[in-house]
Design a protein around this ligand. Structure first.
Ligand SMILES: CC(C)(COP(=O)(O)OP(=O)(O)OC[C@H]1O[C@@H](n2cnc3c(N)ncnc32)[C@H](O)[C@@H]1OP(=O)(O)O)[C@@H](O)C(=O)NCCC(=O)NCCS
Length: 232
């Protein structure tokens, strides 16, 4: 399984099975590329990587026209209960943290994975942090490394953008491989029901959560309200 972790039209082609690519491959070039039609990335990448065995996947920033496919994927991967999670309280009415919403696409441009990160305060007046989720991969391509690719990419980008800690609610058996544990969440709480042992954190800067206590608060940019239907 290969991932292309950078815009294909930014010059050098790099691929990696564990997506451990240098962060300098991402930046303004990626933003420019993110606004270009996705098919051009995937087409370029797919043709250049055609001799590789297995599937080829591209990880990039989510675009406005990815939203419907992302929502359909989340429904398929997580079921209808996904909207009742306590994390949803911290996401509702907010936009993801700037530059931290990612999708994985296959060589045909089909969206097969999603992860987004959200700005929160770790307790009232506490340090700024990110809440990660949902992370989901199309069940048809599970265990192909797409989830890990998205996670590693998201963590690296969060660190590059200067964020200091990432929190999430999920299975430690999966997220511990990326460095997450419940060690730093003992004094923190989610704003709704959750299983404490699944409340995990990763410090991107040592000690970032040392003073954190209390209930997480949403602190991200507000989402624009949906446009009102015009009266006839
Ligand atoms: C969890 C999920 C994102 C993993 O994506 P993926 O692309 O299949 O994962 P990867 O290929 O990176 O990793 C696969 C490995 O993780 C393991 N794994 C997957 N989910 C796991 C879990 N919940 N707990 C422990 N291990 C898990 C697989 O068994 C596999 O192990 P192996 O490498 O030893 O075979 C995906 O299965 C998914 O979308 N699940 C439904 C939604 C969900 O649960 N999201 C996360 C919320 S906790």
């Amino acid at each position: 399984m290969d991932f292309i972790d950078r815009p294909a039209d930014a010059g050098m082609i790099t691929s990696s099975s564990d997506v451990s690519l240098p962060s300098l491959l991402w930046g303004e070039e990626r933003r420019a590329a993110a606004n270009a039609p996705c098919s051009s990335h995937v087409g370029d990448v797919g043709s250049r990587m055609a001799s590789d065995e297995g599937g080829t996947f591209f990880i990039g920033m989510e675009r406005a026209d990815d939203v419907a496919a992302r929502e359909a994927l989340l429904d398929r991967a997580m079921g209808p209960g996904r909207r009742r999670k306590s994390s949803e309280k911290l996401r509702r009415g907010r936009r993801p943290s700037e530059g931290l919403d990612f999708v994985a696409k296959d060589a045909d441009g089909r969206l097969v994975g999603t992860v987004r990160l959200w700005d929160v305060r770790a307790g009232e007046g506490g340090p700024a942090a990110l809440l990660l989720g949902p992370l989901a991969v199309d069940p048809a391509v599970k265990s192909a490394g797409i989830g890990s690719g998205l996670m590693r990419h998201a963590i690296r980008e969060a660190a590059r953008l200067g964020h200091r800690a990432i929190l999430l609610v999920g299975d430690a058996a999966y997220y511990s491989r990326f460095g997450f544990s419940s060690e730093k969440t003992g004094k923190l709480a989610m704003p709704g029901p959750y299983e404490r042992e699944r409340f995990l954190a990763l410090e991107l800067v040592d000690g970032a959560l040392d003073s954190a206590s209390g209930v997480l608060k949403a602190s991200g940019r507000k989402a624009k309200p949906a446009p009102m239907a015009r009266a006839a």
